[in-house]
Design a binder for this molecule. Structure first.
Ligand SMILES: [Zn+2]
Length: 312
């Protein structure tokens, strides 16, 4: 029997039917912020899931695997905090509501942690037991795999890589701390720097990378940004001694202009034994990572120690 998987983001909800090898059999996407979150996301999730199941004539599934944005208490399967600004989201009891409704086991895990598990299961972390995964976007998300297990911490909110500080006299962060990694290493941070230093009103990440080759000043700003990204990665490498550092987010598609440069800097700056055989690569699963990682987390909970590693 197959599984139902939900990937709940700040803008969209993805619903899928997956088999136990992580193959997505059917999937669909629904908006969640159509009325600026006046309708709580949890209501949208329950309503659209019913509709998805009816439309696809699905009557049974073995469990529900949920990946959700925000701080997730994995034991209760509930949202206990929001990094961003999502109204009517904190306090959403996904596990309880889903189990009550569908009478099967449900697990809930933070989306960045799910992404790391997805890479471990079927992505570029497949042959690694120790992974540091960093997703670079508007903010910086992260997930850490230690000996094949996600590092959840006490509540499930561990691995919050956007908010370890790389400068105690640095920029003020939205979380209240100063010098948080995401204030330097996020795509928003790069865009802000480019706008300020080159006096540009409107530019996005893709455009920045398109201009590097014929704009020396742009190249210099991006290189400084990559140094900041590397600074955090080197510290994480020293703490976790991973086999592989995986970079997610659209920017990870920039091989020569970003990943190769980042790898070189990290290898140069990390201590010799940490750098030896260390891999720094882009993540593989892109938009499916949350679904696949959530499934892996649910399956692990069923004590399936010997999971089959399939191809997707
Ligand atoms: Zn912060």
């Amino acid at each position: 029997m197959n599984y139902l998987a939900l990937d709940i983001g700040g803008t969209a909800l993805k619903i899928a039917i997956v088999n136990e090898n992580g193959k997505i059999l059917i999937s669909d996407k629904y908006p969640v912020n159509f009325d600026n979150y006046k309708t709580p996301i949890i209501d949208t999730v329950l309503k659209e899931t019913d509709k998805f199941l009816a439309d696809n004539k699905i009557e049974s599934f073995k469990g529900v695997a949920v990946s959700a944005t925000g701080q997730i208490d994995v034991n209760k399967g509930e949202v206990i905090g929001t990094g961003g600004n999502i109204k009517n989201y904190e306090g959403s009891k996904f596990k309880e509501k889903i189990e009550e409704k569908y009478k099967v086991k449900a697990t809930v895990i933070n989306d960045a942690n799910a992404a790391a598990l997805g890479e471990l299961f079927l992505g570029n972390g497949k042959n690694s037991k120790n992974i540091v995964m960093i997703t670079i976007g508007t903010g910086v998300g992260g997930g850490i795999v230690v000996n094949g297990e996600i590092l959840n911490g006490r509540l499930g909110i561990g691995g919050e890589l956007g908010h370890f500080s790389i400068n105690n006299k640095g920029k003020k962060c939205t979380c209240g701390n100063t010098g948080c990694y995401e204030q330097y290493a996020s795509m928003s941070a790069l865009i802000k720097r480019v706008k300020e230093e080159l006096d540009i009103n409107d530019i996005n990440g893709k455009e920045i990378f398109e201009q590097i080759n014929h704009n020396e000043k742009m190249k210099e700003i991006v290189d400084r940004w990559i140094e900041d990204v590397a600074c955090g990665v080197v510290s994480l490498v020293h703490i976790f001694n991973p086999d592989i550092v995986l970079i997610g987010g659209a920017v990870s598609e920039q091989k020569e202009l970003f990943i190769d440069k980042l790898r070189k800097l990290v290898k140069e700056r990390a201590m010799k034994n940490f750098a030896k055989d260390l891999k720094v690569e882009p993540a593989k699963l892109k938009n499916d990572a949350g679904i696949i990682g959530a499934l892996y987390y649910l399956l692990k909970g069923e004590n399936k120690d010997e999971l089959q590693y399939g191809e997707i």
